[in-house]
Write a protein that binds this ligand. Structure first.
Ligand code: RIB
Length: 310
């Protein structure tokens, strides 16, 4: 990595995660007693990415909205102690901090339901103000209102700031066509299916899905995250599949996608835009994240990723 530190503005969500380990999901009308364990831990796709950015060696500025409650206070303290710049984290006196219910099953797979709370009230003014930090890049997720994400992307585009989009969660009716040109657009397989109607389960389907995304989003690269299969990269002409890495037993996939896209963005900024190297780096960051429980807490450091990459 070069000496000069890069600064990434993350405009996105901040949640408290309430996680449960479950052996068996209840059927409709059924009550299940399960002592697999519960925990409240920091999460939210935006905040997870901001933490990954700092751990992976760049400066993270988080633009998000918390409630004026105990969860918000705990998250704010966590960001401060994790070296995330909180200058643009706003406090909402009317709406509670976002809460995600994360149910972890079997091999570490998860199901997540998010009550967005204050995340839904992030404003365009707050986003505009956050650009005062003069970022080298903008990292965006869709766990905030789409029009706010769009406003952030437009400001970045008007200043020639590269934009990295982790396109989660997905909704079919998002007006992706209205986004300005972005550097990287990265959904996972389920999100790709939602956006395109194509499940990218093999090379041929991945290419069709990537083409469909490329038609909808003005971007330099489409990167489809494919979990244990790695990632599919398409640049409008060429495509390639980058294999997943393995760092140990998978215990919890929560936030692996956040670690992947944040890792990709950090490495891309430091390596002069080598997209294949950046995707490989993202795969390594995600591979480590799945070996640990929790969301923000599972995100690896730059040293750990360097060790895995050898
Ligand atoms: O990507 C994982 C995150 O999704 C969790 O931390 C949860 O808060 C939801 O936003």
């Amino acid at each position: 990595m070069s000496e000069e530190r890069k600064k990434i503005l993350v405009v996105g969500s901040a949640n408290m995660d309430f996680s449960m380990n479950m052996y068996k999901l209840p059927e409709r009308g059924e009550t299940v007693i399960d002592d697999g364990g519960v925990a409240y831990t920091p999460g939210g796709k935006g905040a997870n990415a901001a933490l990954a950015v700092t751990r992976l060696g760049a400066d993270a500025v988080l633009c998000a909205r918390l409630g004026a409650d105990i969860h918000g206070q705990k998250l704010y303290n966590y960001y401060k102690s994790s070296n995330i710049d909180t200058s643009y984290v706003k406090v909402d006196r009317e709406h509670p901090t976002g809460l995600a219910v994360v149910i972890r099953e079997g091999e570490g797979d998860n199901r997540i339901v998010v009550y967005p709370g204050a995340n839904s009230y992030l404003t365009a003014d707050a986003v505009r103000e956050a650009f005062d930090c003069n970022p080298d890049a903008l990292y965006l997720g869709f766990e905030i209102p789409f029009d706010i994400a769009l406003a952030a992307a437009n400001i970045a585009a008007s200043r020639d700031i590269p934009v990295f989009i982790d396109a989660a969660p997905a909704k079919k009716d998002y007006d992706l066509e209205s986004l300005p040109r972005v550097e990287v657009f990265s959904p996972n397989e389920a999100e790709t299916l939602e956006y395109t109607g194509i499940a990218p389960g093999n090379m041929e389907a991945s290419l069709r899905a990537a083409l469909a995304l490329y038609r909808r989003v003005k971007c330099k690269y489409v990167v489809i995250k494919q979990g244990a299969r790695g990632a599919f990269l398409y640049d409008g002409k060429r495509y390639t599949s980058i294999p997943a890495m393995r760092a140990g037993k998978t215990v919890d996939t929560t936030a692996a996608g956040d670690a992947f896209t944040a890792g990709l963005a950090v490495e891309y900024l430091y390596n002069g835009g080598d997209i294949k190297g950046a995707v490989k780096y993202g795969c390594a960051a995600g591979a480590i994240a799945v070996t640990r429980e929790g969301a923000a807490s599972s995100v690896p450091t730059a040293e750990e990723v360097a060790d895995l990459l050898g």
